[in-house]
Write a protein that binds this ligand. Structure first.
Ligand code: PMP
Length: 403
């Protein structure tokens, strides 16, 4: 991987912030976009823009092909099939779709199992469902290292469990969760196994058939694509059983004055005019990532992570949350006695973009016994030099504190 060449594809990385070179370490929130993605969207609007599936004219056929090609690319990217790959606005919409469409599978007294490290978008849709149905939500606990102890799985997941929905990787702790063990125990108890893969699909090879999950959700904007486009994968027999989330144009087979029948998969779950240009940009993003290779990206981020962990180990004023192994390149930490927002503001002055606060995981924040944290999250276009810039800025901030 030629990092210098790669960085040239990302125009924004040349930007100066407060006169300093931008160091973009907020990739868990959203990634930057290469010129190939920006151009694909612009080319679509310049040369192929039309609505899809309805027109017989040439432009509409071109737009339809571009949109459907993006579905094919997304399905291949995660080892699924065209029919099982639904485009949504992103992870949040995918999980809301599921919580809505699974409503008939959950009844009073049933249990839904999540973990303490979930993003709000994998908590709130289930809370709404549980409230409507009189079901109970149980949370798998994190240990001191910020990982899930496997021992608790058989205690928490049982015959009452209907759904287990889990972050594949935590957007705060960086923890990568043990899917094999969870899959086994959900299958033994006839529960559905859902993965929130917003943080893994961009960074490590993900294959839905190997994971054997029932559903999986992710967002295009965290993997070089535009905002407003993402995926819900579902096993075909399950998607066929479920009622649609939204109804209206394009998702129907036939409508009369009394009732309607639904279109085939995946269109049954894609009501209305979709984000066509977004899908085209997403397709270009998938091409870009495929060319580099997810294994290459994973290995590179592992090197960056090891470097950062080794440097953090030398800083006694930094408290790092999350495990040191089985993790991705997302690091939540605090400088003792400083508020995370103050640290992020100091870093911004140095051109370093990080996130501060609860990172849409308030229950996790309170479990950790903190009021927030600073989060530095890396992608394959970040460099070891940028790791060192973060470290030296943290030292400078600490120095200011002791002056
Ligand atoms: N789950 C996880 C683990 C995430 O990191 C995020 C984004 N921070 C989401 C869900 C929500 O993604 P989106 O806002 O793209 O719908």
């Amino acid at each position: 991987m030629n990092i210098r060449k790669i960085r040239k594809d990302f125009p924004i990385l040349d930007k100066k912030i407060h006169g300093k070179k931008l160091v973009y370490l907020d990739n868990a929130a959203t990634s930057q976009k290469p010129i190939q993605v920006i151009d694909a969207i612009s080319q679509f609007y310049k040369h192929h823009n039309a609505n899809i599936h309805r027109g017989v004219h040439t432009l509409s056929e071109e737009a339809t092909k571009a949109f459907e090609d993006a579905h094919t690319k997304a399905s291949k990217f995660i080892g699924s099939t065209f029919e099982e790959t639904i485009f949504t606005k992103g992870t949040t919409e995918s999980l809301n779709l599921l919580a809505y469409s699974l409503k008939d599978k959950v009844k009073k007294g049933d249990e839904i199992v999540l973990s303490q490290m979930e993003h709000h978008s994998n908590i709130t849709p289930w809370q709404v469902l549980a409230k409507q149905k009189g079901a109970k939500i149980k949370f798998l606990k994190i240990n001191k290292q910020g990982a899930l102890d496997k021992k608790q799985f058989s205690e928490v997941i049982n015959k009452k469990t209907k759904i287990v929905s889990l972050a594949h990787m935590s957007n705060v702790l960086g923890t990568i969760n043990p899917t094999k063990e969870i899959r086994k125990i959900t299958a033994e108890n006839n529960a559905l196994f859902i993965l929130d893969a917003a943080q893994t699909v961009p960074n490590i090879p993900v294959n839905v058939k190997k994971l054997d999950c029932d559903f999986l959700a992710f967002s295009g904007h965290k993997m070089l694509g535009p905002t407003g486009i993402g995926v819900l994968y579902g096993k075909k027999h399950l998607l066929e059983e479920l009622p649609p989330f939204q109804t209206g144009g394009d998702m129907i087979e036939e409508v009369n004055f009394k009732e309607s029948t639904w279109n085939k998969l995946p269109w049954k779950f894609e009501a209305g005019t979709p984000n066509i240009a977004g899908a085209v940009g997403f397709g270009a993003a998938l091409d870009y990532l495929k060319k580099i290779g997810l294994e290459t990206i994973q290995n590179y981020e592992h090197i960056i992570s090891q470097k950062l962990i080794a440097e953090f180990d030398l800083l006694d004023f930094v408290e790092l949350y999350g495990p040191k192994t089985s993790r991705g390149a997302v690091f939540a930490f605090n400088i003792k006695k400083l508020h995370s927002h103050d640290v992020a503001t100091f870093l911004d002055e140095a051109g370093i973009a990080v996130r501060a606060g609860h990172h849409c995981a308030m229950p996790l924040t309170s479990t950790l016994g903190i009021n927030g944290s600073v989060r530095a999250s890396f992608y394959f276009y970040n460099t070891e030099e940028e790791v060192m810039m973060l470290i030296s800025e943290l030292k400078r901030i600490k120095g200011l504190l002791t002056k």
